[in-house]
Design a protein around this ligand. Structure first.
Ligand code: GLY
Length: 343
């Protein structure tokens, strides 16, 4: 058989394998060089207050600038063929380092005036996930979460164990005071006396909670999600929110979507929000936007639970629903489109 004909047959067989993988929603990566998905990155810097008009124009611009910087960083990863996992980790690290957001430096403080941090990351291709909770000395909890996913047989490590692991992985460690900014300390002092375990008031406020997150679809068609937070202002010591809980605040599956949530964590845990997005799409066949609306605008609003989420599906559709006054958010696409917003 002439070489050219052999080549054509091989190509046709390969193409039909690819097509059938797409039709069945298979979670395999597209072979490099044959198919390039348009990439998408979506980020959030927390939902809650402020009511429009509370922030000065300068303050608003500072948030928008940081969101734009975060998008540029993540876009740099994705536009050079980087993975969605690398993109979401890069973006969340940047937001953890930025004192404006409730994650890493600038996290809200617990009942004892300390920053206790939670983070999670999930790979939509493999279904693998990693998380850390209640950590106080890991500079970038999201990178520790990724190491848990990649270097251990576990999904979540907490407290001293997570910190021992992070040190062994040579991640950057800091004194717990590194995370405390004058603004968060002042807000904490104002919030005294600390709330006890009992009441669950649904008062939307960025001072009470926030969270940062990123979801991405890379040019190989792989989805990933990452979330990091200081949790809720005045929370009990040892309290763990939804962000590091896979399926609650963070979830990704190449079959459906990648999700990062923000809001009153207890409600997001009880409603298994991030996985519910995926399940509504998978089992009900609902499009991404409808799934987000069902959860945030119907289910959670009915429970008077405030918050929002960002999500991207395997086809590059995005949604960013929230039922609060505001949600710091933005997205970027391989087309060059980039937008950020607060209200
Ligand atoms: N959504 C962040 C938290 O409740 O901890």
């Amino acid at each position: 058989m002439p070489a050219l004909v052999t080549c054509c047959i091989a190509f046709l067989l390969f193409s039909s394998t690819l097509l059938s993988a797409q039709n069945t929603g298979s979670a395999t990566a597209a072979p490099v060089g044959l198919e390039r998905h348009p990439w998408v990155l979506v980020i959030h810097g927390g939902a809650g207050g402020p009511v429009k008009g509370t922030l000065t124009t300068k303050e608003e611009q500072a948030y928008l600038d940081k969101l734009n910087e975060a998008l540029k960083l993540g876009s740099g990863v994705l536009s050079h063929g980087g993975s969605s996992l690398d993109a979401v980790e890069t973006v969340v690290r940047f937001m953890e380092d930025c004192p404006l957001f409730n994650a890493g430096k600038g996290a809200v403080l617990n009942e004892n005036g300390k920053a206790e941090l939670d983070a999670a990351i999930m790979d939509g291709l493999t279904g693998m996930a990693g998380a850390v909770a209640c950590v106080t000395t890991i500079k970038n909890p999201i990178s520790a979460a990724r190491r848990v996913m990649e270097k251990t047989s576990h999904v979540m490590l907490c407290g001293a164990g997570a910190e021992k692991f992070a040190r062994a992985q040579h991640l950057e460690m800091v004194d717990p005071t590194y995370f405390i900014t004058p603004e968060r300390l002042a807000a904490w002092k104002k919030s005294r006396p600390a709330p006890t375990a009992k009441p669950e008031k649904n008062e939307p406020s960025t001072e009470k909670h926030g969270t940062v997150g990123a979801v991405a679809l890379d040019e190989n068609g792989n989805l990933a999600a990452a979330t990091s937070t200081g949790g809720m202002m005045g929370k009990m010591t040892g309290r763990i929110g939804d962000s590091p809980i896979i399926g609650a605040g963070t979830y990704a599956s190449n079959k459906t979507c990648a999700v990062s949530a923000t809001g009153h964590g207890e409600f997001f845990i009880r409603n298994v929000v991030a996985y519910d997005m995926s399940a509504i799409m998978e089992y009900r066949g609902a499009p991404l936007e409808e799934a987000g609306k069902i959860i945030i605008q119907d289910k959670l609003r009915n429970q008077k639970a405030d918050g929002g989420l960002i999500a991207v599906d395997k086809d590059g559709n995005i949604t960013m629903p929230f039922n609060t006054n505001a949600m710091f958010r933005g997205f970027a696409r391989s087309t060059g489109e980039q937008e950020v917003a607060i209200y």
